[in-house]
Design a protein around this ligand. Structure first.
Ligand SMILES: NC(=O)c1ccc[n+]([C@@H]2O[C@H](COP(=O)([O-])OP(=O)(O)OC[C@H]3O[C@@H](n4cnc5c(N)ncnc54)[C@H](OP(=O)(O)O)[C@@H]3O)[C@@H](O)[C@H]2O)c1
Length: 315
């Protein structure tokens, strides 16, 4: 009977255990605290495993990240180089699209002003509201999540462009690629949306140099940052400084350099910052366990895995 190890930190393991048991009744499911021989483990399903932990499983055939991102696994220098697959789930994608669209609309419709006014019982129309078509949204990361968010933002009428590592020729909106395309992309971005993975190339990318290149003469009167990729992409001191200088007019952040966001962070109380607790798109055990089970069943019957991570790219 093949064995699956649940290498899960920071989440309740029980729902994953129950759903995997339901989906793979003939597999042996093992938890980290169980007494077992490491050689027995065929597969690991993982969320934030400790660095070095997976190296002891010599017979591992594959690792499954329980999230769309894999930085929480790839940071391990001793990671066994077996196939590593990530989650691609239409329901998770839709959750993220909802969150991104909510944040874009929040800034586009100047909701921070109206929240303040409501508190003061003030009836005041600030300035003419631009149409979505007059607002330029720039989506960093044109993968599964970035493309879906772009699709819905375009359906709402926003002037969307995208940026990715490699050039995209099959998308019907302006796309920029690589460092060479970055300045042109930033120069036409009023609302910057980051849906990038965290890799050695993208770490710290959302910094003062980037914010300084965002235009201030757009129809919203300045630029906004929305990040739901990973906290390691952003330099929080630079975000706060850019907000103070007016280079950024507002920010929506779901992810942070340190999570949970420390109580001492000024981001919590900044009037122009929206903070959500890394829940833009959550892996649901009942959906994701079924997807992982289907991948394992495919592999066991001689098929190939989908959504594999490229170790050289880091995502
Ligand atoms: N906050 C949350 O709740 C939450 C939930 C799920 C996922 N996430 C985050 O969202 C990330 C993206 O997910 P996904 O499924 O869309 O990933 P994906 O399909 O792998 O897409 C990644 C995109 O980023 C681009 N990219 C990677 N490195 C780059 C670089 N150095 N420069 C420019 N572009 C680069 C890729 O370019 P190419 O197209 O050229 O390869 C691709 O377009 C995940 O890695 C995870 O960190 C967050």
């Amino acid at each position: 009977m093949p064995s699956i190890l649940l290498a899960i930190h920071g989440w309740d393991v029980q729902p994953w255990m129950e759903q995997l048991k339901k989906a793979l009744p003939h597999f042996d499911l093992i938890q980290m605290h169980d007494d077992f021989s490491p050689d027995r483990i065929d597969y690991a399903v993982a969320w934030k495993p400790e660095a070095g932990y997976l190296a002891r499983f010599q017979n591992l055939k594959a690792i499954f990240s329980l999230g769309a991102g894999v930085d929480h696994i790839m940071h391990d220098p001793d990671l066994p180089k077996v196939p590593l697959a990530r989650v691609v789930d239409p329901s998770l994608t839709m959750q993220m699209t909802e969150w991104v669209v909510l944040q874009v609309l929040f800034h586009h419709r100047q909701m921070h002003l109206y929240f303040e006014q409501q508190k003061a019982k003030m009836w005041r129309d600030h300035r003419s509201q631009p149409s979505a078509a007059e607002v330029r949204v720039g989506v960093m990361g044109l993968g599964v999540l970035g493309q879906d968010a772009s699709r819905v933002l375009r359906a709402l009428g926003f002037d969307v462009a995208g940026w990715s590592r490699t050039a995209k020729t099959d998308l019907d909106f302006p796309c920029y690629a690589g460092i060479d395309g970055l300045d042109a992309f930033l120069g036409r971005t009023d609302i910057l949306v980051s849906l990038l993975p965290l890799t050695h190339e993208t770490r710290g990318l959302l910094n003062a140099q980037i914010f300084a290149k965002l235009p201030r003469d757009g129809r919203l009167g300045g630029a906004f940052l929305i990040n739901a990729g990973r906290g390691g992409l952003q330099v929080e001191a630079d975000i706060l400084a850019a907000l103070d200088r007016g280079e950024l007019l507002g920010a929506s952040l779901d992810v942070f350099e340190t999570e949970p966001l420390p109580l001492t962070s000024r981001l919590w109380s900044h009037p122009r910052v929206i903070v959500t607790p890394h829940n833009a798109a959550i892996s649901q055990p009942e959906r994701v366990a079924a997807l992982v089970a289907s991948q394992i069943t495919t592999l066991e019957s001689g098929g190939t895995l989908e959504h594999l991570v490229d170790y050289s790219r880091g995502y």
